[in-house]
Ligand binder design. Structure first.
Ligand SMILES: O=P(O)(O)OC[C@H]1O[C@](O)(COP(=O)(O)O)[C@@H](O)[C@@H]1O
Ligand SMILES: [Mg+2]
Ligand SMILES: [Mg+2]
Length: 335
């Protein structure tokens, strides 16, 4: 029987690979692990009155906030603030960045950006949802309150990123720049156990994920790519299979494991697309590159985009390298 390796053990083992490590990132990751367990317990009750439905307020995105959006945001915020490694947080559910203003936190090294609950439209209909997180070292001096600049770093400066998917099982997937690893939650033991070490995504896949309901609003290059996916061609195993859950984390996770591409292009209504660069696209792009895949806005590498606003959006094409390259070529040719 293979020995179970828990997330906690794995993080500590990996820390040993870096003699200069201080243990701060280890501490931070264990805070995320704790919050994930707390949120997971609540997600499993989705459908019961006290955790179902909207809170009756809109967030900075103009979206109806769901009770689980707010709950997850509060639990991750509390877990991160309680740790001395984090000086501030930015979140989809917070209009401005949050300063953890205590002497210990002001002296901390890291900032965290998060989408506390991804796939909100699927909460009440029992479809997989998730949490996404992105971690940077601060650029402002330690011992002072965190600043906006600490959050507006390009994705290529991330020191770690990951997501939790609350699905048929709960899986935490993360990377600190040394491969992508997945841990499945064992509720009987209350631990995340290593289940997917060194995830690599195929260069070519057979799945495409896009909300085709927006088809007429898509740029021509994207329309061409959808037609390409649907065309008959045995040599390239087309037509590809269309799969769209409507939760970025769930669509990405499936495609990461099997090979595929997720597309959220610009539309006439959303010329910058829908997804948020800082806490949806950057962490997912970091993971896919660590797994051998590719992520762009159709023209440039997502991780090289220099952010200017906390909640800025970007078109997003992510997944198997050759599939993303194909849609990029069509966008460059047809717009
Ligand atoms: O309903 P649409 O327009 O297809 O958008 C679905 C996309 O929006 C999102 O729900 C946005 O994320 P949030 O739920 O965190 O706001 C993604 O998870 C998903 O991929
Ligand atoms: Mg989201
Ligand atoms: Mg969200």
């Amino acid at each position: 029987m293979q020995k179970m390796i828990t997330l906690g053990e794995f993080i500590v083992q990996k820390q040993a690979d870096f003699p200069e490590a201080t243990g701060d990132l280890t501490g931070l990751l264990s805070a995320i692990r704790l919050a994930a367990k707390v949120v997971n317990r609540e997600v499993n009750k989705a459908g019961l009155a006290d955790i179902t439905g909207a809170v009756g307020e809109q967030n900075i995105q103009g979206e109806e906030q769901q009770k689980l959006d707010v709950y997850a945001n509060e639990k991750f915020k509390a877990a991160l603030e309680a740790r001395g490694e984090v000086c501030g947080m930015a979140s989809e559910e917070e209009e401005d960045y949050v300063v953890f203003d205590s002497e210990v936190n002001n002296n901390a090294k890291y900032v965290v950006l998060t989408d506390p609950l991804d796939g909100s439209s699927n909460i009440d209909v029992n479809v997989s949802i998730g949490t996404i997180f992105s971690i940077y070292k601060r650029v402002s001096p330690r011992g002072t309150p965190v600043t906006l600049e600490d959050f507006l770093q390009p994705g290529n400066q991330q020191v770690a990123a990951g997501y939790i998917i609350y699905g048929s099982s709960t899986v935490l997937v993360y990377s600190t720049g040394h491969g992508v690893h997945g841990f499945t939650y064992d509720p009987s033991l209350g631990v995340f156990a290593l289940s997917h070490e060194n995830i690599c995504t195929p260069e070519d896949g057979l799945i495409y994920s896009i909300n085709e309901g927006n088809y007429i609003k898509f740029p021509d290059g994207v329309k061409m790519y959808i037609k390409y996916c649907q065309a008959e061609d045995e040599a390239t195993h087309r037509p590809f299979t269309a799969r769209y859950i409507g939760s970025l984390v769930a669509d990405f996770h499936r495609n990461l494991m099997k090979g595929g591409i997720y597309l959220y292009p610009s539309t006439m209504k959303n010329p910058n697309g829908k997804l948020r660069l800082l806490y949806e696209c950057n962490p997912i792009a970091y993971l896919v590159e660590q797994a051998g895949g590719r992520a762009s806005d159709g023209y440039q590498r997502i991780l090289d985009i220099k952010p200017t606003e906390l909640h800025q959006r970007t078109p997003f094409f992510v997944g198997s390298t050759n599939m993303v390259k194909t849609v990029e070529d069509l966008i460059k040719e047809f717009g």
